[in-house]
Design a protein around this ligand. Structure first.
Ligand SMILES: Nc1nc2c(c(=O)[nH]1)N[C@H]1C(S)=C(S)[C@@H](COP(=O)(O)O)O[C@H]1N2
Ligand SMILES: [Mo]
Length: 568
């Protein structure tokens, strides 16, 4: 092991006896250098592409790589906060690594350099392999790694040295009992770091005050540059996502008028239209793509299609815009879950657009049975061609609830297809439609263990009372929503404990594509009770009670709520 000692820059014989910064100081140098690296990367990213900065690029790669069970755990444990948890976890990991590299570099600066280079390489590789990655995307991580390396060396060289005997565990393996390697043993305690410029054999004179100033300045500059870069990137994105300047035309085909009483407006019951702010959001995008609508184009091409391109204005100016109420649901929604929402969408009929490109359904000899939509951030979503051409209101939506799409729901254009789960139909930030076959292409979620075809399964949900509610005996309003998109809900039944199923009263229906509210008046008797609910769709199929998890094609089972009824 002796070669190891002679190779390390801090070993005697190479540079003489050198005092080392203590571990805490070295760790701090690592942290500051790491922060500076991230800040430099943010600055470069803000000028080029913010999605290519190391945290976002690596985070996006992690999202694509995690196996289904881990992803399911993350969604179950953190819900839609899973992205914040991922970014936070990465920040903590990076900080720990930076501190570790700082300490390791006390004796061997090469270790720090190599570690930073490795982290930088991971960042570069992640950015370059993103589906929307370009060559420039390697730049933020590369510059960041460079900045971190320079700063770590500079800080360590100027860090105050420690005198006194080597700390426990300081010496490299094999060194104990041998000649003093840590070299700090050579320095009498009285001339330790307390007296500036006192270290023997020190290459760079140091000064505690100067180091503190330097470290503080570096940390402050990093924080300033980092937040400034973030702000600048955000303001650029706001300017590009020009939703504020778009006025949606009145649709040629307005939504059918709503029957009275689609919304029972009961306390605790989900409203018929989901308010914009509480509409669930599910996607793999760590940062919401910001697309400039004036530069956006949609390319339609593939088997049996004449290639066509559309600008945002092309779509906005069409005479066939339609407005429809459609309830969107996520396949990951557990029984009783909240990944489902209802909105009024304005858009271009997808069938009309496909007909312009000459697309025919498979039943009429069309060669493509799968429509693959691609988003600006590389998501791919596969939808049966037969479904979008069967007369249902499949659309390329430009608006949601009377306004342009919010960025997080797909601005400027997304797909919406009644009756199919979002991951097989509802591509946000769409930029391309390719006609192909299910045999030839697996969309994003398919190799990750989800079904290639996934019509929505009928579900009923109890919104009130809530799980574990304490109620007074007597009349209790039990209410919720039920959905069976594109088929329609014909009945909802409620049962108490293992008793018989009682019909609930249904609110008026919006359309077969929307969910439907229901209410049941329960005469609650004291004790612990379990309320259960099930829907029957317009085909007469009763919702199955067999419990299945969301993967691979949607959860099944009856939603139940446990309540305690108290004597009054
Ligand atoms: N580009 C893109 N589109 C996407 C997704 C995505 O990850 N990326 N997720 C899909 C899934 S799984 C669902 S359920 C819906 C959710 O749409 P919302 O976030 O507007 O509610 O978007 C779909 N479209
Ligand atoms: Mo989903």
């Amino acid at each position: 092991m002796s070669h190891q000692r002679n190779d390390s820059p801090g070993a005697p014989g190479l540079s003489g006896a050198i005092a080392l910064p203590n571990r805490a100081t070295a760790a701090l140098c690592g942290l500051i250098a790491g922060g500076a690296g991230l800040a430099a990367a943010e600055a470069v990213g803000a000028l080029t592409r913010p999605e290519a900065t190391p945290l976002l690029a690596v985070g996006a790669a992690v999202i694509d790589l995690v196996p289904r069970p881990l992803k399911e755990f993350a969604v179950a444990a953190f819900g839609t906060a899973d992205k914040a948890v991922l970014l936070g976890g990465m920040a903590v990991t990076l900080a720990a690594l930076a501190a570790l590299l700082g300490t390791a570099s006390r004796r061997r600066p090469a270790v720090g350099g190599a570690g930073i280079a490795l982290v930088g390489l991971i960042g570069v590789a992640a950015a370059l392999t993103r589906p929307d990655g370009g060559l420039l995307d390697g730049l933020p991580s590369a510059v960041g790694a460079g900045a971190a390396t320079v700063l770590l060396r500079g800080l360590l060289a100027r860090a105050p040295r420690q005198g006194g005997p080597p700390e426990e565990g300081d010496a490299p393996p094999g060194a104990r009992g041998g000649p003093p390697v840590g070299a700090s043993a050579d320095i009498p305690a009285s001339t330790s770091a307390a007296s500036p410029d006192a270290a023997i054999g020190e290459r760079v004179p140091f000064d505690r005050r100067r180091f503190t100033l330097l470290a503080g300045a570096a940390a402050a500059a990093s924080a300033g540059i980092g937040t400034g870069a973030r702000r600048y990137a955000a303001s650029r994105a706001e300017g590009a996502a020009s939703a504020g300047r778009i006025t949606l035309p009145a649709p040629a085909s307005p939504a059918p008028p709503l029957a009275d009483g689609v919304d029972l407006e009961l306390d605790g019951l989900t409203p018929f239209f989901t308010p914009d702010g509480s509409f669930y959001r599910i996607d793999t995008a760590l940062t919401v793509p910001r697309i400039d609508a004036t530069a956006w184009t949609l390319r339609v091409h593939g088997q049996g299609a004449t290639e066509r391109r559309y600008s945002f204005d092309d779509l906005l100016d069409r005479p066939d815009l339609m407005e429809r109420d459609i309830t969107l649901a996520c396949v990951s929604n557990p029984v009783g879950g909240s990944y489902v929402g209802n909105a009024r969408w304005i858009g271009v009929p997808l069938a009309a657009l496909l007909e312009e490109a000459g697309v025919r359904p498979p039943a009429e000899g069309g060669p493509a049975d799968q429509l693959v939509s691609r988003s600006s951030d590389g998501m791919t979503i596969g939808t049966p061609v037969a479904d979008v051409l069967d007369g249902r209101d499949a659309m390329l939506a430009l608006g949601m609830n009377g306004r342009p799409l919010p960025p997080e729901h797909g601005f400027p254009v997304r797909m919406v297809v009644p009756g199919l789960y979002g991951y097989v139909s509802a591509c946000k930030w769409i930029v391309e439609i390719e006609l192909t076959t299910f045999d030839a292409f697996d969309a994003y979620w398919v190799p990750r263990g989800w079904a290639d075809r996934a019509p929505v399964k009928a579900q009923a949900r109890i919104d009130t009372p809530r799980q574990q509610a304490r109620l007074d005996a007597g009349p209790v309003t039990v209410a919720g929503v039920a959905w069976a998109q594109h088929v329609g809900v014909d009945a909802v039944e409620v049962r108490v404990d293992d008793g018989p199923w009682h019909p609930a009263r249904l609110a008026a229906e919006g359309t077969a594509d929307t969910w439907r509210q229901w209410v049941f008046d329960w005469d609650a008797e004291p004790g612990e009770h379990r309320l259960g609910v099930r829907a029957t769709d317009r085909n007469g199929d009763v919702q199955t009670g067999r419990e299945a998890p969301p993967a691979p094609d949607g959860a099944t089972g009856w939603h139940t709520v446990d309540v305690t009824v108290e004597t009054t």
